[in-house]
Write a protein that binds this ligand. Sequence first.
Ligand SMILES: *Cc1c(COP(=O)(O)O)cnc(C)c1O
Length: 667
Amino acid sequence: MPQNKFVSQIEHFNTRYKEDIAGDSYFGKPLAPVKMAEEKLSSKGTPSIAYFSMEYGLAPNIYNPFHVKKPVHPKGMHYDHEVFSNLRAMDYFHYLRVERPPDLPIYSGGLGVLAGDTLKSAADLGLSMVGVGILWHEGYFEQKFLFHDGQVPMPMLWDPYAFPGLIPLKNHVKIQLKEDVIHLRLWKYYVYGFEDKSVIPLVLLDSHLPENTEEIRKLTYRLYRSDDEWWKFLQRTILGMGGILALDELGYSIDEFHLNEGHAAFAYVAKACGLPEAEQKNLQKKFLYTCHTPVAAGHDRFSMKLAEKILPFDKMEIVARWGQDPHQSELINMTCLAMNASRAINAVSQLHGKVTRLQFPNFKEKLKAITNGVHHLTWVSEPMAQLFDQFQKEIGSWREDPTLLKKAEKLMGNNAFREGLWKAHQENKQRLSQFLKPWKLDPDLFTIGWARRIAGYKRPGLLLHDAQKLLDMTKRVGPIQVLIAGKAHPNDNVGRGIISEMLSKIDQLNMRYEDLKVIMLENYDTYFGRLLTSSVDVWLNNPLPPFEASGTSGMKAILNGVIQLSTLDGWVAEAEDTGIARIFGYRSKDGAAIANEHDWKMEEDSKALYKELEELLDLYYRTHRKGSLQTDSQWVDMMIHCVSQAGFFNTHRMVKEYQEKMWGMGQ
Ligand SMILES: *Cc1c(COP(=O)(O)O)cnc(C)c1O
């Protein structure tokens, strides 16, 4: 594609972007791979995939940021976070100032991070793919802690026009509904792969346009923050139907459509509209669906009546035919629609595969289980990357092919590697301690981390359930430092309640911080995600089985040699025998849910947790005391098993499995 054709598509090019997109440069990166990706997507000769997702956590704040000629406004580089700990005075006088590139705030948690990591691995592997998503003008939300109120959500304000690497296009599309029309502007963001050799374009849809009514403009303001069903329904209409229109508008020739979650299922409706019934069925060859939700309430349902009011007759007919809820005929079930629409469906871990087969027996035949992963280049810490490079002879080119990390196992008997691994870990821990300096985090003390979305089934409060038991343990064995972070959905009263409860428990531990230091960080995001998963000694993962479909934060941790303390759920169930984890607590038999879903087994599972934790604590202090290290410790064995398992739990392996088992292009 000639330069001027590329430029002519960009809105406000002369006033905003001409310095950053000039000659062969695109925000500091080469423009050639962008042109190549665009050509491949437009050509019928190259098999191409469109990947649809409501959210993307691309994390340019920690990996591969774009550069702009004019420096980003300094305010856009500093982020102040409050801290809530049992060193109350420190919280009062200090806050955390984080300096980092801006984050692209169009994600809420693990689902979005997975979508981002998927695009990054697809780019590294040089696939022809395009992502489709929504430009959320106020992101998800910014979290503030107030002592008596717990979490308070604040709007996350950012300027898409000033975001490095994000460009508005002149292309618009229009969704014609029964009465309303939704006008959408298209944006683009290019996800660059390894050594900038290839890119995956991400197309973002935006209803914030003067042509739209005030209500429709608001549809793309806030991710998962819908006021009512009408709103939620239209957001899904934008993603699915708007997404298909956008791909056509951009002239892309797409062979297969991959729906990440049921949110995007209306993409099928847009494609099937106008086809006779037999051809609608045939179209299913082109659709693939990844189901992430093991919680029944997590599957979107809408009333047929609402849909009838919104959708034109031809689209409504398709929705009713393929999307009717099997148990309640007056409802549309987005999961069923996505399952009916697709040739193949994947659950996101082997255990989740069992859960999904139980929940949807009718779709058993087309259901596969492909375990999630993480993008290793994003989540590996600098000291670990240097260590792996140092042992390149034994490990190989792990950046190009992370499955080579399996070879770390062969270094089990290598003392230089064992010491190097500890040193790299200690370096990460020192950086974390430096960062939390006023709170006197000690890099020589046992540190445990828990950070992810605050949701009931993830049981964020399990560790603090009986704080006295924790204190007693520190007296017997040694001090413990705890780091916690996470956002609850603002409408999730249970999750918000858990945060308030945790804040007051931490408050009650005031003055006990010599033995037990508990620090809760505000506004968890990918920056804190990488910092915490790479720097604590033990990563705690305690969902109630079988509700964690996969979980990915622990995969970020093992890549950095961080040991798992976990219930047997999600991806961990596949790594039970690999020596990376201490497992405790309730087990689900073959993916069956417990009879009483309100019984979170806090009492018995916290006891099981404390028992396992005490053994780990003891092993830690027998391995390491300030200034000394027992290199031959079983602890270091576990760290090596972790790195080696990261050879499997990564998105390169996952995307290759998608290619082999889901997409036609791999066959
Ligand atoms: C990785 C990540 C998650 C996912 O954590 P889980 O343990 O899988 O729930 C959520 N939020 C952020 C910011 C992450 O980086």
